[in-house]
Design a protein around this ligand. Sequence first.
Ligand code: NAP
Length: 331
Amino acid sequence: MDKVQLGKADLHISPIVFGAWAIGGMAWGGTDDEDSLDAMRASFELGITTIDTAPVYGLGHSEKVVGDFVREVGRDKVEILTKFGFNWRTTKGEYMFDGAAPGGPTEKVHFYTGKDGIIQEVENSLRLLNTDYIDLYQIHRPDANIPIEETMETVEELVQQGKIKAFGVSNHSVDLMKRAEAVLSIASSQSPYSMIYRKIEKNILPHCIDNNIGILAYSPLQRGLLTGKITADYKFKEDDHRPTTKWFKEPNLSRTNTFLQRIKPIADDHGATLGQLVINWTIQRSGITAALVGARNREQATENAKSLDFSLSGGEIQKINAELDKVIIEG
Ligand SMILES: NC(=O)c1ccc[n+]([C@@H]2O[C@H](COP(=O)([O-])OP(=O)(O)OC[C@H]3O[C@@H](n4cnc5c(N)ncnc54)[C@H](OP(=O)(O)O)[C@@H]3O)[C@@H](O)[C@H]2O)c1
């Protein structure tokens, strides 16, 4: 898999990135660490060298498992993307939610991007990830209380200290991106983007294309829905956040599945699965640098990693887009 440059940064990543949220367990109905490690191994064997994680994914658990994989495979073989902001070791900032690492106590998670919080977080991430530098450090979401300019000054210090190589935003508006860029160059914007959730096409995507900011599309499978496996009687585990979201409720669930059945013949023609077709379509969209795709085990990871083994013709893309135009998601 040929690597791609992330915006203006001196950083090259695989166009499919292993997304390590679900392997943190929290909000995903638990996790199995051996399966998670095996998923990262399978991805790596097929050319996925980049991993996206965050401290809040299982309150340190995802970073720990990623760190175990980094030690196993060798630091110089992978690119590590992580984030800051959600912090359960502080009472500063805005209270967000209660959370727990697998088997751990309940913690109060705050959002805080003050200098002391970021320094505390980066040291923890470096330790858990078994590394002395992070390739891409991202602010997880906007901070309502700390001006982005202040955050950027702290980030700049981390770049100078060599602790991070590049900086990216996540879930930020164009206005906030412009303010951040006035202080320090932004490598990327990590944003939600899937076939059925294309809000960023309006403002964020054009801004990133015009300013050579990489786009990391997150949840491209709409959290598993776009594999076609989620039916009305699908049983989620306790603590899985998905059934409470609009995508997994009616009428959206049926409408999405009807759409998937309509495009399935295109996947079949390539000997591909629906999930592979969806990931392929996502990455070929204008402005998308990479798709961050979660996987829980070797089987899923292997399937996802092979998503770029075929090319969609212009006609096929047109057919998919025409079907997509008919899908109306409520809420
Ligand atoms: N910056 C942010 O705010 C933000 C927010 C969300 C995500 N992200 C990043 O983006 C990454 C990917 O997004 P995501 O994990 O939300 O969603 P996703 O990639 O759309 O879906 C991942 C989930 O779909 C299921 N799945 C994946 N491959 C499959 C396959 N081949 N067959 C069947 N099921 C499959 C798995 O869950 P099950 O097996 O449990 O169904 C997996 O955990 C995250 O891991 C994270 O790194 C960032």
